[in-house]
Ligand binder design. Structure first.
Ligand code: UDP
Length: 604
């Protein structure tokens, strides 16, 4: 029950994150997609704090230029009068919330004092840290100053809840608590620093998890400052949360506190009113992928596009964490199964990630260009033929279809022949689309499992070491459109605190593979019984060996390949039907609970 005191007061919710108006990775998606439903509940009593990077902010931030008479506005003016760079305005996204952004450099040499205090008061050592940590510490300090002044000015008549996301937002939190600043605090970690490093580098990570010594490991990986800020934030906040049960177990070991609550991630879901609209989009964007495939493969050999399925995986280049290894292994087994079964289907697997590259492979670009030329030539022939045939039909006596060759000029016939000739090659279609700066694990593994696009392979691989954007000349699709054009998303992660990529498939009506070690997979298993029936396949990586899990995945893929088109359409409908569950208007309630609890704990 809420105390009488707080029930009578207005409430203000402030969310703090490094990725407010500053897209780096997944947290941006969390915050941004959640805004509309936060604004729905909190209206103007919802404010976000972030760092100020002028170039990034330019496109999504609109300053408030007048004195708006609010408590936030007053604190902003106060801080500015002391020479601090504090930007105040609206974030230009759906919901248009107010944001305050801090120019970190304006702290000047005072940053050294801040770092000294972190050591003096909390034993957080920031000696010799990378520049990002310095920036984060500066940001944390400006947030601390802001909140301290805001509380001093308005805590009498407003209950303030501050929600920090990640250690990158919370280096000021320990001081806020020590100084007893009158704000209720929630800290959410979206992963643990140590978990990410150790899962990648220690084999048998989960078995060893209970026995890691956080301090020793932090020292070993040279992330003591980060890990300590994370740990203190977890321990000192009124309410500590994370995004999945999977990550909660790490929190216990690395951060020394069991999370009070799990706050699963959602999306702002806009569903089509006409049920079949998303199915039409699948067809439309699949056509675009077909065009890429023709350019990429057909110069070497061709296959039936009507009997081709597009699978994809995507994410940062964390080779084993993201399960790229097990995916390739399973694909090799799938290839063998399909050949054994004499299937005439083709699977094309896209591996989409980000690695340093010099440029798109010129041959890949060239064949794409040649295909476009063939298409143009065909169009020209079609026009000429159409006109002449029409004239002939209208004026002639013969009612039979004449020999059509006579209607095409020698020029076009030759040009078509030449283009086709230069298009055809004896080389195999490359399995990587770009010239990489150096050969990486993906390339090595693809070679090792021999998925090198031989004509007889039923499974083809296209490794695209860059994220997909609409300006990309190979696809001309943005990421969301690309997802829609595919048939299946494959994400059997080994380490994945949440994992938006399978969820992004679900809301677009695309079936997906996830794993029980990913936050999303774990969550779906908890809330749904018949998830597999609905097109969400969960690979058991918790208790199976790599080999067993690869087998399970290969079987899942093989079953999927054997579905009829009608089955696939039905399945897409079923998947898309789940979307609602992950709408923030439903999942916001977890956040509401955290905020209520924090207020209660601050003033029991
Ligand atoms: N993504 C993208 N373009 C791409 C591939 C991926 O924008 O070509 C995005 C994808 O939409 C997702 C994010 O990258 O939102 C990856 O988030 P996820 O939670 O899967 O992994 P994390 O980055 O948190 O490890």
């Amino acid at each position: 029950m809420e105390s009488m005191f707080s029930a009578s007061k207005r409430k203000l919710l402030i969310e703090v994150a490094w990725e407010v108006c500053n897209q780096v990775g997944g947290i941006y998606t969390v915050i941004r997609s959640k805004v509309p439903s936060m604004v729905e509940k909190w209206d103007t009593d919802y404010i976000l704090l972030g760092p100020y990077f002028p170039q990034r902010a330019a496109v999504e931030f609109e300053p408030i230029t007048h004195d708006d008479g609010t408590e936030i506005g007053r604190v902003v003016l106060n801080m500015r009068s002391r020479g601090l760079d504090v930007q105040y305005g609206h974030w230009l996204i759906t919901g248009k919330p107010r944001v305050v952004l801090f120019g970190i450099a304006s702290l000047g040499p005072a940053i050294e004092q801040v770092k000294y205090q972190l050591w003096e008061r909390h034993q957080i050592s920031t000696l010799g840290v990378e520049d990002l940590v310095n920036q984060v510490v500066g940001f944390g300090e400006l947030v601390r100053i802001f909140l301290t002044e805001l509380a001093a000015e308005s805590a009498k008549h407003v209950d303030i809840v501050v929600h920090f996301h990640e250690w990158m937002a919370s280096s000021g939190l320990p001081d806020l608590r020590k100084d007893n600043v009158k704000v209720a605090t929630v800290f959410t970690t979206h992963a643990t620093m140590l978990g990410r490093y150790l899962a990648q580098n220690e084999s048998g990570f989960y078995g060893k998890l209970p026995f890691f010594d956080w301090q020793r490991e932090a020292k070993h990986y040279n992330i003591e400052a980060q890990a300590t800020i994370e740990r203190l934030s977890a321990q000192l906040s009124h309410v500590f949360t994370t995004v999945s049960d999977v990550t909660a177990r790490e929190c216990e070991v690395f951060l020394g506190r069991v999370p009070d609550l799990i706050l699963p991630n959602g999306l702002n879901i806009v569903r089509f009113t006409a049920v079949h609209e998303f199915q039409n989009l699948h067809v439309k964007f699949k056509e675009r992928i077909h065009e890429f495939i023709m350019g990429h493969f057909f110069q070497s050999y061709s296959f039936d596009l009507e009997k081709t399925l597009y699978f994809f995986t995507s994410g940062r280049f964390e080779f084993s964490n993201k399960g790229y290894d097990i995916t390739l292994e399973a694909l090799a087994r799938l290839n063998w199964k399909m050949r054994e079964a004499n299937m005439d289907m083709t699977v094309v697997m896209f591996m989409i990630t980000k690695q340093p590259f010099k440029s798109i492979n010129p041959d890949v670009l060239h064949s794409r260009a040649l295909l476009d030329e063939i298409q143009e030539t065909c169009k020209a022939i079609e026009n000429q033929l159409g006109d002449k045939l029409f004239l002939n039909a209208a004026s002639g006596e013969d009612i039979n279809l004449p020999d059509l060759n006579q209607f095409v000029d020698e020029y076009w016939r030759l040009r078509l022949r030449r283009t086709i000739q230069s298009f055809k090659t004896k080389q195999l279609p490359p399995f990587v689309t770009h010239d990489l700066v150096e050969e990486d694990d993906m390339v090595r593994f693809i070679r090792q499992v021999q998925l090198v696009n031989n004509a007889h392979d039923r499974v083809k691989v296209v490794y695209h070491p860059d994220f997909i954007s609409s300006t990309n000349p190979l696809f001309g699709l943005d990421y969301g459109q690309f997802v829609r054009g595919c048939h299946l998303g494959v994400f059997p992660s080994y380490y994945e605190p949440w994992g938006y990529t399978p969820l992004e498939c679900v809301v677009r009506g695309i079936p997906t593979v996830t794993s029980d070690l990913s936050g999303f997979g774990d969550f779906i298993m908890q809330i749904m019984r018949d998830y597999e029936n609905r097109g969400i396949y969960v690979v058991n990586r918790k208790t199976q060996t790599f080999n067993e899990a690869a087998d399970q995945l290969a079987n899942i893929l093989f079953r999927f390949v054997r579905l009829s088109q009608r089955d696939r359409i039905t399945q897409r409908n079923r998947v898309e039907n789940i979307a609602e569950v992950f709408d923030w208007t439903n999942l916001r309630s977890y956040y509401d609970t955290a905020h209520d609890l924090a207020l209660k704990r601050r003033k029991p």
